[in-house]
Design a protein around this ligand. Structure first.
Ligand code: DAT
Length: 173
């Protein structure tokens, strides 16, 4: 039995996953697991995709690399895909959403290649990651939150922090 919940924060690149995870980790003491960082640091990939400027992830290696840590609970997993993670690993899946004009500004600031920029904007408009989360997990554990403004960031973090406190009360051994 986990002493603290595992939470996934997912959504299109640029929605605010890292910003939310860092704030949550600071406020709750849960550990932020940046999958991008794990893939890079632990070599969980089969090379680099030039066009998309991203690693070609080896999902089995990635799951092996974080399994022990996730098993202990208290992890906030930060990545743009969620359906590779076993259902039993996660207690809450938060899908962050953002308006397309805001996302456009954030991604333009990152100097993404045209193909990657367009793919991410399309993905957000088509709600690809929200659908992926709903297909992969029990609907009761999937929530959608908007992340356009600093006020929304603050209220999202408050809400998730309150959820963590309640989870701990409900699951106290
Ligand atoms: P992600 O990890 O999903 O790629 P990020 O946390 O790096 O996204 O955020 C991308 C940029 O947007 C970064 O400059 C911080 C800013 N940002 C994120 N969420 C925000 C919010 N709710 N309000 C204002 N700015 C936000």
């Amino acid at each position: 039995m986990r002493q603290a919940p595992n939470i996934m924060l997912t959504g299109t690149p640029g929605v605010g996953k890292t910003t939310h995870c860092e704030s949550l980790a600071e406020r709750t003491g849960l550990r932020h697991i940046s999958i991008n960082q794990v893939v890079k640091d632990k070599g969980c990939h089969e090379g680099w995709n030039e066009e998309y400027q991203s690693w070609i992830v080896d999902e089995d290696k990635l799951l092996d690399a974080i399994e022990k840590e996730v098993h202990c609970g208290g992890c906030i997993i930060d990545w743009h895909a969620c359906d590779l993670f076993p259902r039993s690993w996660l207690d809450l899946v938060v899908v962050l959403r953002v308006d397309s004009s805001t996302l456009f500004d954030r991604l333009t600031g990152r100097n993404y290649a045209e193909a990657k920029l367009q793919e991410n904007l399309d993905s957000e408009i088509m709600e690809v990651l929200l659908q992926e989360a709903r297909d992969a997990f029990d609907e009761a554990i999937v929530i959608e939150l908007t992340s356009n403004t600093a006020d929304e960031l603050e209220s999202n973090v408050d809400r998730i922090e309150a959820w963590i406190k309640q989870w701990k009360l409900d699951n106290a051994s």
